[in-house]
Design a protein around this ligand. Sequence first.
Ligand SMILES: [Zn+2]
Length: 285
Amino acid sequence: MTTYKNLTSNAGHSQLVEGATNHGYEEHDEALAYNNEFIKQGKAVGATVVNTTSEASTQSSILVEQVKKANAVNKAGRLDVSWHFNSAADKSATGVEVLYYDQKELAARVSAALAKALGLRDRGAKQRKDLYFLANTNAPAILIEVAFISNASDMKAATSKRSGAVKSVVESITGKKSTASTSTSKPAKKGVKTNVHQTEHSGKVVYFAYDNAKQSFAKVLYKLSTVNSDYDEIPLFPKSVNGYYIVQANSDIQLYSDSDLTKKYNRKITKGDQAISKYLKHINK
Ligand SMILES: [Zn+2]
């Protein structure tokens, strides 16, 4: 049984390319939680784990960056891991799958352990030679589809049993017993802090607020930045929220009634603004 202690790990998508969404879950957020827990538990058993998550704005540039970051790590005894969630039109599709290029035995072992920890069906190891991440890292690699984001009970298990689930994966990969608790405790509530990230849309500078505590983009600004979750080259193009395109510029929030951000809506946004206040809850005033 081959085990690995030189690891890289990433959440398969990014804040700007969320991946699959359903039941209020967004693939990137869930995958990032697994990735971060894996890094923490992996280090706790003495492995080195380099985070290769990319926050690029298209899926193809995310994949290129993930592979580049992984290949920058010494390849001797290295394993590259990518965390994803599955999705299917059939809401009853359920279970764990681990995709591999040539690591059938490892993929099967991780899938079985993870399925057992989550109490979900073990769909097993699936060979995928067409996936960029698996085909292009210069070390063994696996892509873990934790559960189906399209299945509400899969997601209940995946979120409530995360710590124990990751523990089973760490033990399968490293061969070391993890001392992590199998129960997932809720993180302590912290004050909402945001910082502002900058990108461009139609030649204009657009700002996105990032919520440090939630480690996610403030909802409204995320909505503004995303188009859909296809894993393809998609240029940034804003979506409206209640008919408005909302931009946080430096310190104030601006509304536009057109997607080219030329028709500015001249009304100061206040906390009690019913139309949009629910979308603004994560943004500092
Ligand atoms: Zn994915």
